[in-house]
Design a protein around this ligand. Structure first.
Ligand code: SAH
Ligand code: SF4
Ligand code: F3S
Length: 461
């Protein structure tokens, strides 16, 4: 490589797809000589990978950009140039508005243009650049793969975006506007990427998509494959021991996917299936196209296929028109299901979405109160689920060092963080663990068979 090393700092907000995108941006810039740093002050190029989902998330971008502008001025005094780029969903939604509001920004790049980053950065050296097109070319086909060393450094659990965008248009949500129409990647491209990841020590793949179970990628036989068929194919790759997928929509849980939960051992017994509300009137105004009852019946069918299933969901409180009665319906649904972990939010009106202009906007104090009541119930359920794991044995994939010396940390099949004291367990090992106790966020365990560790073949050699 002829160029000098330049330093890159990427900060991601928002969902897991942004984490995946941040890695792919770093991979795209590696051939240009960019090396990642975890200190913004050292970086020649700072990328803010932004989220537009709620007002707070979007506001944080501007306060962060204010700080970065000062940093850029300080570095300039030392004769060092700094380029500031805004990527992600705020970039897509606000485009040139960002240049107006944030004078330090050199480049605004939407999520569909990351493969053009080297070129965009070159252009931004001579003037501010905005690229928020939805290009016709396939971004993924143009993004270079990570080096085996980089993949290894990122750990044994990896994200893999299989589809992007959304055609559902829930009335509260910006995603169909920021990520565009639903597009699935080709099966063999995904198999290729998964094989490269597995060859570098990845043992768990989390398939990502804004509507991941709407996946309908072109298969090697020219027919359209659904998510279940893709999961079954990826499970055949040597080294791939665990599969997960997120985020799914209740409307796209087809028979084959439900069956996979019962008969595909690599598919972990955990499902994130956002329901948002338990009131049919609110669900209809949200344009969710399912009812509370159809959701409950769906859960029954999935549990029939896989009784040992941890369920997770997203909830919104204070959607326009939500009454106490509607909110009670949501609490009833939660009691009927029993969730292992959840995410819940106060409704945040988003510019350009239909719900932002609906009558009956709910006052902030009511939202605050409802969120607290909802979270108290959900926290009870989470703790109950964690307590039910005490005394059980389960396979844990250890993916990082623990907080204390001699401690390793990983994830249970149900995605709970697990900590354990062990001197013969390495990062990437899957170990049968007996759960002894639970803390606020983690479970604590001991090796169920102290001498038996399932380690990738290459690591043993
Ligand atoms: N694609 C996923 C979720 C995308 S956003 C899905 O369809 O489920 C993640 C979560 O953010 C949503 O499930 C919803 O609960 C929440 N969310 C989205 N828009 C929101 C808004 N305007 N206000 C509050 N929460 C919102
Ligand atoms: Fe947003 Fe609804 Fe699409 Fe999920 S399904 S990304 S909540 S519009
Ligand atoms: Fe946020 Fe965009 Fe993800 S709005 S949640 S970063 S798809």
């Amino acid at each position: 490589m002829t160029q000098n090393h330049r330093k890159l700092f990427v900060r991601s907000f928002g969902c897991q797809m942004n984490v995946y995108d941040a890695q792919r941006m770093a991979d795209a810039l590696a051939p240009e000589g960019y090396v990642e740093t975890d200190r913004a002050e050292d970086a020649d190029l700072v990328v803010l990978n932004t989220c537009h989902i709620r007002e707070k998330a979007a506001d944080r971008v501007y306060s962060e950009l204010g700080r970065l502008r000062e940093m850029k001025a300080e570095r300039a005094q030392d004769g060092r140039e700094t380029m500031i780029a805004v990527a992600g969903c705020v970039a897509q939604a606000e485009g040139t508005e960002i240049l107006r509001r944030a004078p330090g920004v050199d480049l605004v790049v939407g999520p569909q243009s990351y493969h053009r980053l080297p070129d965009l950065i070159a252009r931004a050296r001579t003037g501010r650049v905005v690229d928020t097109e939805f290009p016709v070319e396939d971004k993924f086909a143009h993004l270079p793969a990570a080096s085996p060393e980089k993949t290894r450094a990122r750990g044994p659990s990896a994200f893999l975006t299989v589809q992007e965008g959304c055609d559902k248009f829930c009335t509260f949500c910006v995603v169909p506007y920021t990520r565009g129409a639903e597009v699935s990647r080709k099966v063999m491209h995904l198999v290729g990427e998964a094989e490269r990841l597995a060859a570098s020590g990845v043992r768990e793949l989390s398939l990502l998509g804004q509507n991941v179970n709407a996946f309908h990628g072109e298969g090697p036989d020219g027919t359209v494959w659904g998510l279940a068929r893709l999961l079954r194919r990826l499970a055949m790759i040597p080294g791939v021991e665990r599969l997960r997928y997120t985020t799914s929509h209740p409307r796209d849980m087809d028979e084959d996917l439900i069956a996979a939960h019962g008969d595909l051992p690599e598919l972990m017994p955990y499902l994130h299936l956002p329901v948002q509300s338990g009131s049919d009137r609110i669900l209809s105004d949200m344009n969710r196209q399912h009812t509370a009852d159809s959701y409950l019946r769906l859960i029954e069918r999935i549990r029939a296929a896989q009784p040992d299933l941890a369920l997770s969901s997203d909830f919104i409180v204070g959607f326009p028109g939500e009454t106490d009665r509607d909110f009670e319906d949501t609490l009833d649904l939660i009691r009927a299901v029993g969730f292992a972990s959840t995410f819940s939010f106060k409704y945040s009106p988003r510019p350009g979405t239909p719900a932002a202009d609906m009558d009956g906007q709910v006052p902030e104090p009511v939202k605050v109160e409802r969120l607290a009541a909802l979270q108290a119930l959900l926290e009870e359920q989470r703790q109950a689920f964690n307590r039910s794991c005490i005394g059980r044995e389960m396979d844990v994939l250890f993916d990082r060092a623990g907080r204390h010396p001699g401690q390793v940390a990983g994830r249970s099949p149900y995605l709970q963080p697990v900590q354990m004291m062990a001197d013969n367990v390495a990062i990437g090992d899957i170990v049968r663990v007996r759960i002894l106790s639970n803390g606020t966020n983690s479970l604590f365990g001991e090796p169920a068979y102290p001498t038996l560790v399932d380690r990738p073949v290459e690591a043993v050699a």
